[in-house]
Design a protein around this ligand. Sequence first.
Ligand SMILES: Nc1ncnc2c1ncn2[C@@H]1O[C@H](COP(=O)(O)OP(=O)(O)OP(=O)(O)O)[C@@H](O)[C@H]1O
Length: 648
Amino acid sequence: MATVIGPRHPAEEDGPADGDAGPALPELEDGHWMHRATEFAHTSFKSMARRLPALVREAVVLAWGTSRRDTAASIGLNVAAGVMTTLGLLATTGVLRQLFAAGPTPDRIRAALPALALAAFAVTVKGALTVAAGWAQARLIPQINYQVELRLFETTTAVELAAFDDAGFAEEMDRARDRGMAEAASIVDHTVNLVTGVVGVLATAAAVTVVQPVLLPCLLLAAVPEAVTAVRMARRQYLAMLARITRRRRMWMLAHLMAERRTAAGVRAYQMREFLLTEFRRMMAAETRAELRLARSQSTTRAAGMSVTGIAAFGVYAVLGGLLLSGVVALAAAATALLALQSARSSLRIAVFATNSLYEDALYYQDYRDFLDRARQRVPTGGGRPVDGFDRIELDRVTLRYPDTDKAAVDGVSVSIRRGEVVALVGENGSGKTTLAKLIAGLYRPTDGAIRWDGVDVGELDPRQTGAQVAVMSQDWWRFPFTAGQNIRVGRHDRPADRPGPSVEDAARGAAAHDMITDLPYGYDTLLDRQFKDGQDLSGGQWQRLVAARGLYRDAPLLICDEPSAALDARAEHALFQHLRRHPERAVVLITHRLANVRHADRIFVLDHGRLIQQGNHDELMAQDGPYRELFELQAAGYRAGAGEATV
Ligand SMILES: Nc1ncnc2c1ncn2[C@@H]1O[C@H](COP(=O)(O)OP(=O)(O)OP(=O)(O)O)[C@@H](O)[C@H]1O
């Protein structure tokens, strides 16, 4: 049997130094979340604590806006639990005082009983309050997630298409979606934990102060080193993660290349296995060494922290002993202080951790807030004039310049499209056809010039109603993970039952997709995504038929077809073009490089570098000595030559 394990790489035995894991792949762009990670890494705990009130306020406002009842319960019940902590400690002192008093044991126990009952009551009630507070806190999280996610997607689906061409916008959206959104619930969670921790510390401090104020500094002295060690370790881990992040991202990238269905064929066809594995081994070895170094330094920090904590505890015991001997503190109070110490330690640890996490997560949540503010400004408002079809769409010296580009993709183009016509956009790659089609479809607004529907500027029309008049068969379609039937029906999913229009099957027949769909295992109910059970894959051409069927099902008065047949075989292409013929109720804008398909168009617009350089019907353009005739003859010559060779 052939071995499936490649030869061992030297790195496996000794592993290179970190510097050896240099880039064989090109340098990666910083991840969009890196700026927050770096900011967090360089903020001191003191600065974090200073921003704490503002962050807590923000989290409370968010939680309050989501559920007043659960917010009030989360905070109120925790405060009440704190009161019970104080009460419990005071009752314990009472018990101890009675037990340590002089007299016969049965008498002392009897005297301690009321305080004992009170302590038991406090512990029980505190337990119940803590459970109830945890419940309210757990209830808050999904409700916040629901609100925050919904708000994000309501916004991302409403913003204008042009926003997505803006690199900054797309990046902010990724940031908001990948991390910012998830941190909304976290900041509320951390805030409640912070409140719990602070209330715990205050409750303990209050009890100790009542019992004997002198013990308060001892309490703090003993609790602080442990909390500081915890923060130090978390910080060190974070910095180590940050230092290794570039390498880890490279590893993830390689891991995807080696274990992905979509890359499997390419990796095999080009025999890339050894190349990828070698890269992976190099990085893995360096990564392992870094992990080992971190483990060592963390253990050192923990050991140092434990030593300081031990010394502090020793100091507290010594002070307590001194106070006992000098009679400043009674034995019962000293015993209570030891109990309080345990409680204060864990509360302080919770509070410090919560501060750290709250600060970090709030940075990411800010990304979410910033994105929403920015995105809301990009939601098209449009006018309120109703639209019900059109007779003529006019583009008047229309220009569109994509963000961050110097050249206009469409440059001062004036064309008109009438209902009942088929017009074609022709030109070489990058000449601006798709961009012009998107302008006609209303997906982009021109940076210059005007688009008018029956003489009215589109800016004055209701954008929803304008959009409803348009169907686009785009060349870069998305494989929606729906059934075949849904993939077509989604083209007009909101069609009222009484509105006439083609059935899903009619549309599929029109796009030569019906037979292909009925051949699928579940026909129109077949799921077209292999991630689902019984999901199926379609070929590129089969998908294109489905996309064409969706466009036909939409049954709109303006049909824009951008390379609708690029992946279709000759029969499917023929069937589709039968459907794209002239129809009195519809205008068709057709983009195709197969010029035989535009011969019958009423008008052909030829574009070059974004400019309109020729227009007319096929015969008129063939009569001119221009680019259209040149392109057409080049294609026709290919066919003629093929026919000639075939006859040889
Ligand atoms: N989203 C975008 N952001 C920036 N530039 C773009 C964008 N889309 C297209 N362009 C640029 O605009 C110009 C016109 O592109 P367009 O897609 O309209 O050409 P096309 O004629 O449809 O090309 P093809 O025949 O290859 O489909 C090209 O230079 C292209 O690089």
